[in-house]
Design a protein around this ligand. Sequence first.
Ligand code: IVH
Length: 707
Amino acid sequence: MTQEEARQRIAALSDELERHNYNYYILAKPTISDYEFDMKLEELARLEREFPEFLSPSSPTQRVGGGITKEFKSVKHRYPMLSLSNSYSKEDIEEFINRIKKSIDEEVEFCCELKFDGLSISLQYENGVLVRAVTRGDGMQGDDVTTNVKTIRTVPLKLHGDFPPFFEMRGEIVMPFESFDRLNEERVAQGDDLFANPRNAAAGTLKLQDSKEVARRRLDNYCYYMMMDDLVDRYQTHYESLMAARKWGFNISNFIALCKTIDEIFEFIDYWDVKRHELPFAIDGIVLKVNRYDQQQTLGYTAKSPKWAIAYKFKAEEVETELKSVDFQVGRHGTITPVANLSPVLLAGTTVKRATLNNEDFIKQFDLHYGDTVTVVKGGEIIPKIIGINFDKRQAEAMPVKFARTCPACGTELIQHEGEAAWYCPNTMGCPPQVKGRIEHFIGRKAMNIESLGEGKIELLYDEGLIKDVADLYSLTYDRLFGLAKEIPILDENGIETGKSRKVSFKEKTAQNIIDALEKSKSVPFERVLFALGIRNVGEVVAKTIVAEYHDIDAIMKASVEDLSAINTVGEVIALSVKQFFGNPINLDIVARLRAAGLQFAKSDNNTSALSQVLAGKTFVVSGVFTNYSRDGIKEAIEAHGGKNVSSISSKTDYVLAGDKMGPEKRKKAESLGIPIISEEDFEKMIGEEKDTAVPSESENVQLSLF
Ligand code: IVH
């Protein structure tokens, strides 16, 4: 085959395959068999291997994945990705429609659509070719996930017809129930954590580095919005633009209705509130949009959402089932959580077998009895909630649920702190789930990030007596790890044993990876080490806040409860937890051993990413919302120029850097102490950087370039 022949054949096959893809996935009307399709795809792949000069980034072969994204690049959206205002009642919808009718004299037609429960995506096309797919992010900038999105069959890589040269399509990436169930089944078998719902699964999938795995998981895409500079010159209505997009190759829902009256709108809502259970993917409401672009323009936008659209959210689904028994689980802080075992029941697309009962008060409040018929709802979280009991169905001989008085794991008598509903196991150092829980927390991604120790390995090391606390991790050696093996039971998404087990074993590579990861963790910054220690009430943000005020662990240990509670957002409860933690000699011993192992217990002074030292020795308090920076971004800029951030204003503060909506309390305090309040502009002058690429501010009525 000559080069020219190859070029022509590749072009013809690409066109043909993309057309078949469209027929199959968008129109659901395939015209060739799967086998014929696969043969043609294979032929194309073979030719592209032989003639790599003709491999196009939008070739149908790219859908099988293979590309690896090491790091997702953050990119600024050309048009901000706004959200929708939500409503939960029909009164809210009526109010929305009446408000619109007040601003617009003519008849208003609404485009009623499904509200897909996935994650929004911006698809950018240049001359009919998909060039970029970006997640919503914070609405101003998101992550470039193009390589992964290309594997989704319902995202057209190349368009056909009279498409505009440059435009963006907005849509939702969803994981159909079928793909979701299959994925979670596989994860049960492999002992991996399960996804709580299809939305989380879709989000997790889109951020995978390996696009082959993304392709395998079978995501889907629905588009619902077009954006371009001269949109209104091309189309008069939103509906028209969607119908055009469908012709070019986009997957547009078949379930769109144009409604003029409130009754028609409610009919659409009521229909889908019931029928949604028959859809192959999750929706969480209905979206209403004013159809005519000129009317949309008259209505305008708030800072966050269009005034011409609203989302009606369906109420959380609920279902009745029987309470069979109650388990008591022990958390890493010793808190005992009662968990209901239920008769398995289908709810919001997944089978529910467990529900949280919170604490003893919750059980008393419902006067819960074994065998009760309870109403369960499911929100976004893995474990559903009980919201009511059907007393009519209670059996006469039913026994009330009694809260445990001894720890189910170690048998120690439980205690209650004054004024709290929770019961605790006080055997902090000897109760296995507490100890293991603390070690699991320590190695977590947001803490020391020692991923290679995940998935049952802590359990094994603890059971083998190799680790009794987090400091023991650093005395592990390759020789001790290598060869360890044990069968670990696999739990399902409700934490119940599945009857299957998985062998956890430390082969050469695993053992070496763990030793390497432990070594690497020695450079994890101080604030994350403080978080990793697992001090009660000290989450990620609190740890950061404390470290912003204190240079090292010694300073924190020396600080009094008053000192600590004086830090903005650190109240007395947190301060007491910190004091209590460092008042315990066992914790002091752990800290001493971790320190000896070489972990970071002080802020690093040599800021390698420093841009300048113009702010050296200056202390800043940042408050409000900024135009050119996120809140964290402006703090980073201060540090990059040698300055220091503190969270509360004191006489030692040099500047208060004020954005929009600065808190009045802060302003008062700064004024009373005579501390200069500077603007974002003043700050940029200080660091010698005046930006000209301002993104829209948080003010009302942002005018988008859509019109
Ligand atoms: S229109 C300017 N239409 O809901 C408004 N959004 O809460 C653009 N969503 O971020 C959005 N289905 O991710 C629109 N038919 C639909 C939708 C939809 C789901 C999501 C979208 C958006 C969120 C708003």
